[in-house]
Design a protein around this ligand. Structure first.
Ligand code: IPD
Ligand code: CA
Ligand code: CA
Length: 250
């Protein structure tokens, strides 16, 4: 399989179909409930139908946010979020993306994030590196006096905001992991026990290849199933000193 070609064609097809709906009421029409209990909106359905049209003929296992799992018995599994950041899309906030990750048996083999508005292509090639539009990317060097993180919490560890210079909550965690990978943020933290493997699989591979440390809320290397419904906590950072600071606060 030429995964990069498949992913890019898919991203461009989704882009063509969904962008006319950006910021419209139509995009937000309720369709049904996803396996994790989230609402599927019209735009999610449009995007996912394109994903299925592409991937079904390949005969691979598919795990996608709105439909859940299609198990074909293939050694390959593609875990997709057709649109991460649907709320943003529907409400005209320009931060949302397409998340695509491929595993052979349980091992990652390729991942792509496509950020529609700036047309950024992030790729993670396990063992090789992370790329933004073809150029190698790395997490940034931590400056402890000027830490910026994306931080999702309900209440737990809320004082962490006092320990960092900047917090950003952008509403598309896949893309936020891309920002960590390219050195725009020092960390991405979600301790609501809410994100699913479909949200983070591609971003996880990309951030990891860019040098990030990615753990659960106890500081252990994060583990997740190839599932659309498992609920997770995630701490992804550029430096173990930041991990320590976060673990002390939460
Ligand atoms: C959402 C985004 C958001 C996160 C939510 C997810 P969706 O995904 O990743 O950043 O906070 O937990 O549900 O629903 O827009 O694909
Ligand atoms: Ca998502
Ligand atoms: Ca989604």
């Amino acid at each position: 399989y030429e995964w990069n070609e498949i992913a890019l064609n898919l991203a461009k097809d989704i882009e063509r179909e969904i962008m006319p709906l950006f910021g419209t009421k139509k995009a937000g029409e309720f369709i049904g409930f996803s396996p994790s209990g989230d609402k599927t909106k019209f735009v999610d359905k449009i995007a996912e139908d394109i994903v299925l049209e592409y991937l079904k003929p390949l005969g691979v296992n598919i795990i996608s946010e709105e439909i859940g799992s299609i198990d074909t018995g293939s050694e390959y599994s593609v875990i997709v979020d057709p649109i991460d950041g649907s709320f943003n899309f529907i409400h005209g906030i320009p931060i949302f993306g397409f998340s695509f990750a491929v595993f052979k048996e349980k091992k990652p083999v390729y991942s792509m994030l496509y950020e529609f508005i700036p047309k950024n292509v992030y790729e993670g090639i396990p063992g090789e590196g992370a790329y933004l539009n073809g150029d190698r990317i790395r997490v940034k060097t931590l400056n402890e006096k000027s830490i910026s993180i994306s931080f999702y919490t309900r209440r737990r560890g809320a004082k962490l905001v006092e320990k960092v210079r900047r917090t950003r909550v952008l509403g598309a965690i896949a893309i936020e992991l891309g920002y960590l990978a390219r050195g725009s943020l020092d960390g991405v933290v979600d301790i609501r026990n809410y994100v699913r493997p479909t949200d983070i699989a591609a971003g996880y591979i990309i951030a990891k290849e860019a040098g990030a440390i990615i753990t659960d809320d106890s500081g252990k290397e994060i583990r997740f199933d190839l599932s659309a419904s498992e609920k997770l906590n995630i701490i992804a950072v550029n430096d173990k000193r930041l991990l320590k600071l976060i673990l002390e606060e939460i």
